[in-house]
Design a protein around this ligand. Structure first.
Ligand code: PLP
Length: 404
């Protein structure tokens, strides 16, 4: 049967302690043992089904992890307090001093800063490459390389990674392919295409209500056990643990993800098409003009669409700022970072979420001053939204008025 991430989530059945239709929330930081021996065994990693301490695991976090593992088609998953709280332990678990990472050069600014400025302190070096060119990726691999790192759809340029192609390279050189799938939940299933580890910032589409940060690592049982190991597990020792109450609320939001993603994708596709017809420089993987449109199509779980993210380039940061302020005044969305909200969010990545990337490197990767990144919301009438957006662009002379 065809892999369907949303059905996999729905097929899980939970009962709360008193037969509730939602699992009961485990509101405890620590757990009792009937015997001292079992407590000892748990520390040794040998007492399946026992809970020890909530930084390690908790029932609520395991429920959420199980649902996200079902979504990504991995054996299991470990949730964390933020997306960065998922990314950083994974990389520190997979690499030790002297190791090397090959990473896409267009990734979230925080991840870029971690690899560029932080991991070198531990003598872990990273080469940043154009991930869309498999020959360039392969050429950057050295005998010290341990990890290939990318985003399935990149922040903010919306480049699309050829995950099956990267997985072939990873296999050939015995590397771990780590894919951040934050921009394309449900639409792309990286583990099904050969990724070893799949990460999400739950902060975005998956939780969808911009009320918390959260993260998850989806992978094999063996890898997740390593992350949680009390002696040398990076997730356990660095301590970026999600709170149980929050895990329970993210799980409830996850159940509507498929409906939300379809609407985000529908609205983004509509606006991208209109913006392009208006002559705006528009990037959206669903447009045939996107260089990786066919690649995305070949990888996607079709019914969820090409996602809710698009960019336009309005020529200068001054124009971009004016437009974002005007759109906010007209209640079209919020001038805010992050993504995956019911309301449209817009920001200029060069001076916000990607500002950690030095100006010369931004220029080299095509991150221009006039670029606006949109996370398109769940607007019920997207044509109405478009009409008001177009009025804003006319007022600012970004578009010339036409007689319609
Ligand atoms: N990955 C991507 C693609 C992101 O856009 C972000 C945040 O913007 C992160 C990871 C980090 O997630 P968090 O803010 O939840 O730590």
């Amino acid at each position: 049967m065809k892999f369907n991430p949303a059905s996999n989530i729905q097929d899980l059945q939970y009962f709360g302690e008193f037969g509730g239709v939602n699992p009961s929330i485990s509101d405890s930081s620590t757990y009792t043992f009937l015997s001292a021996k079992t407590m000892f065994d748990t520390f040794e990693g040998n007492a399946d089904g026992c809970y020890l301490y909530s930084r390690h695991t908790s029932p609520s976090n395991l429920y959420l992890g199980e649902a996200l593992a079902a979504m990504e088609g991995t054996e299991t998953a470990n949730v964390s307090a933020s997306g960065m709280g998922a990314i950083t332990p994974v990389l520190l678990q997979l690499c030790k001093s002297g190791d090397h990472i090959v990473s896409s050069r267009t990734i979230y600014g925080g991840t870029y800063a971690f690899l560029k400025n932080f991991t070198p302190r531990f003598h872990i070096e990273t080469s940043f490459v154009d991930i869309t060119k498999l020959d360039v990726v392969e050429a950057a691999i050295t005998p010290k390389t341990k990890v290939l790192y990318c985003e399935a759809v990149s922040n903010p340029l919306l480049e699309v990674a050829d995950i099956a192609g990267l997985a072939r390279i990873a296999k050939k050189y015995n590397l771990q392919l780590v894919v951040d799938n934050t921009f394309s939940p449900l639409s792309i299933s990286p583990a099904k295409l050969g990724a070893d580890v799949v990460i999400h910032s739950l902060t975005k589409f998956i939780n969808g209500s911009s009320d918390t940060v959260g993260g998850v690592v989806c992978g094999t049982q063996a890898f997740i056990d390593q992350l949680r190991n009390v002696n040398d597990g990076a997730s356990m020792l660095l301590g970026s643990t999600m709170d149980s109450l929050r895990a329970a609320s993210v799980l409830k939001n996850l159940r509507t993800l498929h409906i939300r993603m379809k609407q985000h994708s529908h609205n983004a596709a509509y606006l991208a098409q209109k913006f392009q017809e208006d002559g705006l420089k528009t990037v959206y993987p669903g447009l045939t003009s996107h260089p990786s449109h066919e690649l995305f199509k070949s990888m996607m779980n079709e019914e969820y669409g090409f996602g809710g993210m698009l960019t336009i380039d309005v020529g200068s940061s001054e124009k971009a700022n004016q437009l974002m302020e005007l759109m906010q005044q007209r209640n079209l969305g919020y001038l805010a970072v992050s993504l995956g909200f019911y309301k449209t969010l817009f920001s200029a990545p060069g001076t916000s979420t990607s500002s950690e990337i030095p100006a010369e490197e931004q220029a080299a990767m095509g991150l221009t001053d006039g670029l606006i990144r949109f996370s398109i919301g769940l607007d019920n009438d997207i044509h109405r939204t478009y009409t008001i957006m177009r009025e804003c662009m006319h007022e600012l002379h970004i578009l010339q008025p036409t007689l319609v």
